[in-house]
Design a binder for this molecule. Sequence first.
Ligand code: PLZ
Length: 431
Amino acid sequence: MTESARLSARKSAAVARGVATRGIYAARAENAELWDAEGRRFIDFAAGIAVNNTGHRHPRVMAAVAEQAQAFTHTCFHVAPYEGYIALAERLNAATPGDFEKKTMLVTTGAEAVENAIKMARAYTGRSGVISFSGAFHGRTLLGIALTGKVAPYKKGFGAMPPEIVHAPFPNAFHGVTEADALEQLERLFASSVDPERVAAIIIEPVQGEGGFNIAPAGFLRALRDICDRHGIVLIADEVQAGMARTGRMFGFDHSGVLPDLVTMAKGLAGGFPLSAVTGRAEIVDAPNPGGVGGTYAGNPLAVAAAHAVLDVIRDEDLCARAAEIGEVIRARLTQIAAQQGMECIGDVRGLGAMNALELVTSRTGNAPDAALTAAVVAEAEARGLILLSCGTRYNVIRLLPPLTIPMEQLHEALDILEASIEAAVMKKAA
Ligand code: PLZ
C-alpha cells in the first residue's frame, strides 16, 4: 500500500465526506512545483485555487511571516490593534480602482469578505435585496451559497436560502447569451421579481472562476454601473479569484475601466495565508456601526505580514506584466492545440492574462459539454505530473492557474503535458 493510499483510507474514515478531495497528498512545495507523499513531482497549475500567485513559499513571504512570528502571532485586532493591518488598509485603498476616498476591513476567507461587503451595502442603503449571476461563485457560507449561481453541489440539502437574492444571467458568448440578452433579462427581473429600489447590491466576478472562466464584457460592466447609479445600488466586484495580478492587471475590473463601489479580495492577497479584504468607498465601508463587523482572527498578523510581502513582490517582480506574458504563451499554445486534427473536442479557448481555460465539447459544431472527457484529461495530466482543475457549471472547462512566478521552461513543460493528456484522453474515448 502506498503512503497516499494509507492517507486516503484514514481520510475517508476521519474526515467529513462533504469535503471532497483529490488524491494528491502534499508533502512539500516550492514555487510552481509540488511533491506528494510518494515523492512524485507535479507542476502545480492549481496554485491552491489561484492563491499562490507568488508561488509556493516565496522567500520574501516566508521571511516576512518568520519576522512577524518573532513579535506576535495573534492579539485580535479589536483588542490590541497593530500597524501592519493599518498599513495594509492604506495600501489596498490605494491599489483598488478609483481615486475616491476609500477604507478597508480585513477578514479571513473569501466568503467572509463577500458577507461583509453585502452587510456594508445593506447598512449603507437600508435595503436588503441582492442581484448576483448565474454561474457565480461567492463562497460556502449560507449567504455565500445563496449568492452562488449553481445549485448542486453547493446549495443542495442545505435548506432555505436567505431571501431577496435574485440571479440574473451572466453573458456568455459561447453559450449564446449575448450582453444584450443578459441586460434585457435583468430589466425583466426588475419588472417581475425584485423592485430595484429594494436592491442593496449587485455582485459580480469580472471573470467567473468556479463558473467556468467566463469573462464579463466591459460593456456589460459599464451597463451594470449605469443601473447601479440610476437606482442607488452598490456595485461589488468579487475579485477573490481574478484579483491580485492574475488577469494581467491588479484587478479584473481594471480592464474595463469601470469603478466598483466595493472590492472583495482573498486568495492571492496573502500568498497562502488566510486573509481577505473588503475595500471601497469610505462612506459605504463605514456604514456599519462600530462593533457591527469584525472577527477574532480577522486580519491575522502573520497573514497581514504575508500580504505586505505579496504586494511588494507583485510590484518588484512586475507580476502584472508577467501574468500578461505567460497568458499570451498559454493562449497561443492552446489555440495551436485546438487547431490540430483530432482536437475537435476543444470548443473554446478563452482567458484574460494568466486566467485561461479550455471548454471541452462533444462536437466542434455545438456547445454540448463533455464532462467525462474533461475529467479524463484532468486524470491523465495528474498521472503525467501536472495538477489541473476543472470548473464550469457543466463540469467541462479546464482552467489553468499557474503561479505567476513559474519559470518559463516549467510553463512549456506543463503545456506539453497538457497536450499529451488531451491526446491520451481523446484516444481512450475513441477506443
Ligand atoms: N468568491 C470569486 O472564487 C473561492 C472555491 C473552492 P473562500 N473559490 C474557490 C471551493 O470549492 O470551495 C471564491 C471565489 C470567489 C468567493 C470565493 C470564496 O472564497 O476563501 O473559499 O471562502
